[in-house]
Design a protein around this ligand. Sequence first.
Ligand code: IPM
Ligand code: MG
Length: 363
Amino acid sequence: MGSLNKPSYRIVAIPGEGIGPEVVEACLEILQHVAKLEGFTLQVDYGWLGAAAKEQFGTYFPQATAQLCDGSDGIVFGATSVGGLLELRKHFDFFCNLRPIRIVNSLLHKSSLRPEKVQGLDMLIVRELVSGIYFGPAGRSCDDNGAYGYHTMRYYDEEIRRIARKALQQAQQRRGLLTVAHKENALPHLPWTRLVQEEATQFPGVIVEPMLVDNLAMQMVLNPQRFDVILAGNMFGDILSDIGGALVGSIGLLGSASLNADGFGLYEAIHGTAPDIAGKGIANPLGTLAACILMLQQWGKVGAAQRIIAAQDRILAKGYRTADLSPEGAEISVKTETLVDLLLEELSTVQHSELGVLHESCK
Ligand code: IPM
Ligand code: MG
């Protein structure tokens, strides 16, 4: 993979709208700081997507943005509400979306479940990102019964097989259990179970557990600790990953990596533009930061990634919380900027010797 452990990197930052620009700026500051500490350089180019792009270029996903991203080492994306994001994902064939859902010890009581239900929670949702109902034949039309609209959940077998291989690989590197979200009792022409099981013959040691997606959603709430890797198509993965936000205490904590076959990636939080709090300086940057951590791991910069994880864990352990985490009691309510300052300070004090067990990289 071209980006592995180089002395200098170029990324494209696409802030987007809503809280996007605030959280991206926050993370760039942290990334620059960690790059200095770890001895590599980071060049940042700014790209446009969504409403900002439409204003300037007349289109949600301008060619100028695509060109800027071409040949870069990664794209750090904020949020958009109007369009462009699906085109960006499709353009670079970012089919493999990794959404880790891991509980932070000091936030156990922030979960919507009882602490003992989420203690040690560590699952990974592998979501197919460039096909399925988001990209199948769609439109509006009318017939004798009136006007109608349609979106089609279409998957080529090979699209299922290639994301299955990624999920199997992840499961092999983790605890060896792959739960496959499907809906074959209603959608029998999408045989996720059979296709994944066929691919699994190449991944000894991985147990494939097919599960109807409605039941899976319930099990994620009843017994989330049982899961290791969950494989899902585009829409099911979108829905299931928001449950992850409730499990860990705030959707503002979760990030994702979307990779193509070359390992080139788009890194974004799972949350949206949050228009209700945009511009107030109170957004939680940790979702986008989680995505940036995945980017560093993808680059092989595991020390840099671990440094940020350690700093973040310490800041949270000290009780600092952004508004989405509903600070109460002895917890200290902080704005985005303060949280970033605290992280910058903490980053410098993390010693290499304390970097401990490294989190799994998302190869
Ligand atoms: C996500 C988001 C997007 C999606 C929206 C903004 C199109 O919900 O990344 O989870 O559905 O993929
Ligand atoms: Mg979503």
